[in-house]
Structures are given as C-alpha cells and as structure tokens.
Design a protein around this ligand. Structure first.
Ligand code: PLP
Length: 426
C-alpha cells in the first residue's frame, strides 16, 4: 500500500515514510492510494486483534508490517467499551480509559510505537511538534515520554485549556516540554505548520508531527469504531462523533469505507460552526476558532477536511453524504446538568455535544439506535462539569497520578521566528 497527497502534487510514499513526515511536501495530507476492502472479520476477539486485522492491508509491503501485531498490542492495551444508556437505542462508546483519559491516547500510543521502531538506530533526535487545544498534547506527551531518540514540544493556547489539562501538559519533563502560546489553537497550529514549511529549520532540527493529520494517529482510530460495530447487535452501527479537526470522524468513515458495519456518521460540533455551515449548504469557509467549554473541539479550520473531501471525491458529494450540527455552550451545560440529575450519567462537554445531537434526532422522529463517541472522561473538565452537577467527579487513577506531579510550561508569543529560535536552542 502506498500513500498519496490529498492535493495530488507529491510522489507516492510508503506508510513508514508518511508516518515519519506527517504533512506531504505539497502541503496536502497523506491518504491511501486506494482504499482496501476487507473480507469478513471475526466479531469475537480483543480490540488489539481487531485492530491488527483491520490495519493489515494499510501496512502491506511496509517495513513496519512485521511489527503490526506488537504495535497494536502496545497501543490497544486499554479497552474501548460500548455501553447502553438508560435511553432506548442510545449507546456510548467510551474512548477515555487510557493514560490521559481521552480517545487520543489510542492514536498517540500507536504513533509512538511506530516511531520508536522507525527511529531505532538513528543518532539525531527527532523533535515532534504538537499543537493542542488540550487533549492531543497530553496524549502525545504521555505516549512519547521516555522514548529514546525522540523529543516532544507541546504548544497550547495559554488560558484556553482547563486547569487540569494545563497541569497534565506541563507534568512530563525530560524529553517532553510544554509551551504556552499567547494566542488561540489556530495560532499554535500555524506555528507548527510554519516550522514544517521552513527548510533551514528542518535541516537544523529534524521535525515530525503528531497532530491529527498524522496517519500514525488516524489509522488506529478506525479500530475502535470497527471493533464496536462488529460487536453491536444493531448493525450497521450509526455513530455521532464529537468533532474538531475531523480526525476521529474521518477514521470512522474510513472504517466504514473498508467494509466495517457502520451506518450513518454524524458530526457533533460546538459553537465553531465551520462544518455545520458547510453541511447546511454554504461554501466551506475556514475561520479563527472561538473559545467554548468543549475546548478540544475549538477549531475553525478542521485540518482533516481535505481528507473528508478526498474520500467523497468533491465538496458537493461530501455535503450530500454528511451532516454536522453545532451545539452552543448553554445547551452543552443543559445536557450535562439534566443527565446528571435524571439518569446519573456524567458527560464531558465534548461528549455532551453528541448526546444533544442524538436528542435532536429523537425529537425529529428518528427512532434508530445510535452510538455516541464518548471522547473524554468528565474528570478532565471538572471546572465546567462539577458546578453543573453539584458534586465532585471521581478522577480515574491514571489521571490522578499525572495530576500528582509538579508541572511547568514556557511562555511564547505567537511569532514564527521566536519559535524557530526556541527549537534551535533546545
Ligand atoms: C480532540 C478531541 C475531540 C475532537 O476530535 P477531532 O479528531 O479533532 O475531531 C473531541 N473530544 C475530545 C475530548 C477531544 O480531545
């Protein structure tokens, strides 16, 4: 299997090389040259074995092919249970049982397992740049912490992540450093993109990406959707995905594309309405992000939009085949408060957007079963959640350990030259 750019202006590359470089040289995103079609997969078995079976064709002919099972065993060492809510036909797919309590642990750990193997024997350290609106940085930091030959620089928007998220990001030390940028998530993303677009910087400091554009994160995210769909009684499984950069949602669509029993896939957004507007019939218009209480979805220019359009072939076909709904902060708060009071379910603000989209579908007369991706544990967003539910949220053990460490982050203006200087001096 070879990988090509969504923009069509780069030579096809191997999976290893796509994972190592992140962005394609023409500025596009790597996608498989042709989507494989899987035969029937067994519906029993562990997540790690489903993952290996689903990803095998994507690794075909690659240097990492022989390592795929070991990589999956490392990345899928925590479960992704699908659980029925007390609402008929509603399920949540809990993706937050990893070390940093968000779904991004799966992709980050998979990417780390791949890169650790690809870098074996290199003498120059690889620096991974990650722009984060909160959860990515923690997941990537945790996944790469202590991996030899790799360093991680985490850029996050100062004062726009929750206090616990900020603590997590700064808690690693060693080969993982946190930078708090004066600006928005989009500013952080611009700094990272700018660094990749600077050949002289790249010559001084070998760089790689771990954002959701990285194939090494996107591919494994297909696995838990596929695994859940294989195990579901209600096939095909309809899914509502809390969406920011479209990484999780595109992975779900890819899983459907290769033949997993997944039905409709709906995007739940926050008040950043680039996607709801597009699917509502207006031209695609990227913009600056606005801050919401579902901050990991504060994205005004979803980086995987190119992959989405590439999958369907055109913007028109994409619009025809998808749906996105925007949920504002007041409604997110209402969902969290109401469910805690009525059925005892406590959702994180991101998951709450998907729950609300489900409720809207029910109100509109849709009686089908739906599965909502529960993307983070509510304990990560305690400053939002606890005042709404009027009690503390239990903290998962792994998260508690991380919060028990000391934390620090370095301040940086959103300035490309300053960022380059910082990287050269590390
Ligand atoms: C990252 C994140 C999202 C958005 O996922 P994308 O892949 O960027 O669309 C949603 N919820 C949580 C908790 C996240 O961390």
């Amino acid at each position: 299997m070879r990988y090509v750019s969504t923009r069509g202006g780069a030579a096809p590359v191997s999976l290893s090389s796509a994972i190592a470089t992140g962005l394609a040289p023409d500025g596009g995103l790597y996608v498989p040259e042709a989507m494989p079609r899987l035969g029937k997969l067994p519906s029993g078995g562990y997540l790690a074995s489903t993952a290996a079976a689903m990803l095998e064709p994507f690794f075909e002919g690659d240097a990492l092919a022989g390592e795929l099972e070991a990589i999956c065993a490392e990345a899928f060492s925590h479960p992704a249970p699908r659980r029925e809510l007390k609402i008929a036909g509603a399920h949540v797919l809990e993706l937050f049982h990893g070390p940093t309590a968000a779904f991004k642990d799966f992709g980050a750990r998979f990417l780390a397992a791949c890169i650790a193997r690809l870098r074996a024997g290199e003498n120059r350290a690889l620096t991974i740049l990650v722009a984060t609106s909160g959860d990515t940085g923690a997941a990537v930091g945790a996944a790469f912490h202590g991996v030899p030959g790799v360093r991680v620089a985490i850029l996050y928007p100062d004062n726009r992540v929750s206090p616990r998220q900020a603590h997590q990001l700064g808690s690693f030390g060693g080969n993982v450093r946190a930078i708090r940028v004066e600006g928005s998530f989009d500013d952080c993303q611009r700094l990272v993109k700018g660094a990749f677009g600077d050949p002289s910087l790249q010559a001084d400091v070998p760089l790689s990406s771990a954002n959701s554009i990285s194939l090494g994160r996107l591919l494994p995210q297909m696995a838990y959707f596929g695994h859940a769909a294989l195990h579901a009684d209600d096939k095909p499984m309809n899914v509502i995905v809390p969406t920011g950069n479209l990484g999780n949602a595109v992975a779900c669509l890819w899983a459907r594309e290769i033949g997993l029993p997944i039905g409709e896939v709906v995007f739940a957004c926050n008040a950043n309405d680039t996607l709801p507007e597009f699917f509502g019939g207006q031209p695609y218009r990227a913009r600056d992000a606005i801050a919401t209480i579902a901050n990991a979805m504060d994205v005004g220019a979803p980086s995987n939009f190119e992959r989405l359009v590439h999958l369907f072939g055109s913007e028109e076909a994409t619009r025809f085949n998808g749906a996105a709904h925007g949920i504002d902060d007041a409604t997110i708060r209402d969902v969290i408060r109401r469910h805690a009071a009525t059925d005892g379910e406590v959702f994180c603000p991101h998951t709450a957007t998907a729950i609300r989209v489900f409720e809207q579908r029910r109100i509109a007369g849709d009686s089908r079963a739906w599965t909502m991706a529960a993307t983070a544990h509510p304990a990560k967003f305690e400053t939002v959640v606890e005042p709404l539910i009027g009690r503390p949220v239990d903290v998962p053990e792994a998260l508690a350990t991380m919060l028990g460490r000391t934390a620090s982050a370095e301040p940086l203006a959103a300035d490309q030259r300053l960022f380059g200087d910082w990287l050269r001096s590390w």
